[in-house]
Design a binder for this molecule. Structure first.
Ligand code: KG4
Ligand code: ZN
Length: 336
């Protein structure tokens, strides 16, 4: 079964053709990042306009690269939540038009579920149940994936998402948007013991996260130094900050594994590209005899192949949208 996936939740316009939820026949991404970089973050109005301009060409290219026309597609899957509302609406309305004109079924896909599904593409043997740490620019969740479409949230962030914390810290260190990937790179040459940052935990909720204090602490350190005319060594700052964030993520994730008895640990979302997070979890899982799965680097960030993958399982579970499908800026992953 071939699914055309469409993604426009943030600043990438993407379309892909995926067979049986696992095999990517094509995957096209038009990134707007260079334009948003000028403003230090995503400008929602610009994002919506660029999606409108790009979506037809990107979809056509995805079909061309898969070597099929719309008649070779069995269903259209589209990201409908959560994300920037104006951006989501472009993909949703385009997919509705395409479904109406072609007569193909329309399948709504939750953005975080699709991030998890990126793992089905990279790891053909991976099947639920498993425990998943979803870490993106907007979300940080520990999720029990009981089945492809049955999920339970065990923990989440009380304030900033991990990606947001990385981006804001990177910005304070003078790195361009989105800073997470730059911070990760610069941290390779730094001393992770140079600065001591707090490892916040949430009282009475050991699987929840809080990153805003950690973020403020690095920003204050940089500002205080600059007020005294000092500059701090950026690689050391980056390495110490990365160690603190990854420390929190790994600590709560392994705690969740112990509490649930899960032996299959999976990571997903933009921050799952972080090199320290990947190596630390690799080590911890090996020590405990747990299996560790992560998406290929090119599937960690936003793309439509993961929408096609999750769309397949949502389709099998009977999920269909009508012409009244709306986009939602927020939607819990266990209800999507
Ligand atoms: O999943 P994603 O592409 O978009 C959302 O759904 O939010 O995640 C983007 C986030 C950004 O905050 C970006 O800085 C972060 O993922 N990111 C990283 C790395 N690569 C991307 N954070 C830390 N280390 C990385 N290597
Ligand atoms: Zn995302």
């Amino acid at each position: 079964m071939r699914i055309l996936g469409i993604e426009s939740s943030c600043d990438e316009t993407a379309a892909a053709v995926v067979e049986d939820g696992r095999r990517v026949l094509s995957s096209v991404i038009a990134s707007q990042v260079e334009e948003h970089k000028l403003y230090g973050g995503v400008v929602p109005e610009i994002a919506s306009r660029r999606h409108s301009e790009a979506i037809v060409g990107v979809t056509r290219q995805a079909l061309d690269e898969a070597g099929i026309s719309l008649s070779g597609i069995d269903a259209i899957a589209v990201t409908y939540a959560p994300g920037l509302i104006g951006a989501l609406l472009v993909g949703v309305n385009f997919a509705k038009g395409l479904a109406l004109s072609s007569g193909l079924p329309l399948v709504p896909v939750h953005h975080l579920r699709s991030h998890i599904a990126a793992n089905y593409i990279t790891n053909p043997e991976l099947e639920p149940p498993f425990l998943c740490l979803v870490v993106s620019g907007g979300h940080t969740h520990i999720i029990q994936v009981e089945d492809y479409t049955k999920l339970r949230i065990l923990g989440c962030t009380r304030d900033d998402a991990a990606g947001e914390a990385f981006d804001k810290a990177a910005r304070a260190m003078g790195m361009p948007y989105p800073g997470g990937v730059h911070l990760d790179k610069v941290a390779q040459d730094g001393n992770p013991e140079a600065f001591r940052f707090p490892r916040p935990s949430v009282d009475g909720a050991p699987l929840d996260f809080s990153f805003s204090g950690l973020k403020t602490s690095v920003i204050n350190l940089i500002h205080n130094a600059s007020q005294k005319g000092q500059t701090l060594p950026v690689p050391d700052l980056a390495a110490s900050f990365r160690k603190a964030v990854v420390g929190c993520l790994v600590h709560n994730f392994t705690e969740a594994a112990r509490q649930t008895g899960s032996k299959k640990l999976v990571i997903a979302g933009g921050v799952s590209a972080n090199s320290l997070l990947r190596s630390e979890l690799e080590r911890v899982c090996a020590e405990n005899g747990w299996k560790f799965y992560r998406p290929a680097l090119n599937l960690c960030g936003d793309n439509a192949a993961m929408v096609g993958a999750q769309g397949y399982y949502e389709y099998l579970a009977g999920s269909r949208a009508g012409m009244d499908l709306n986009a939602c800026a927020e939607m819990p992953v266990d209800q999507g």
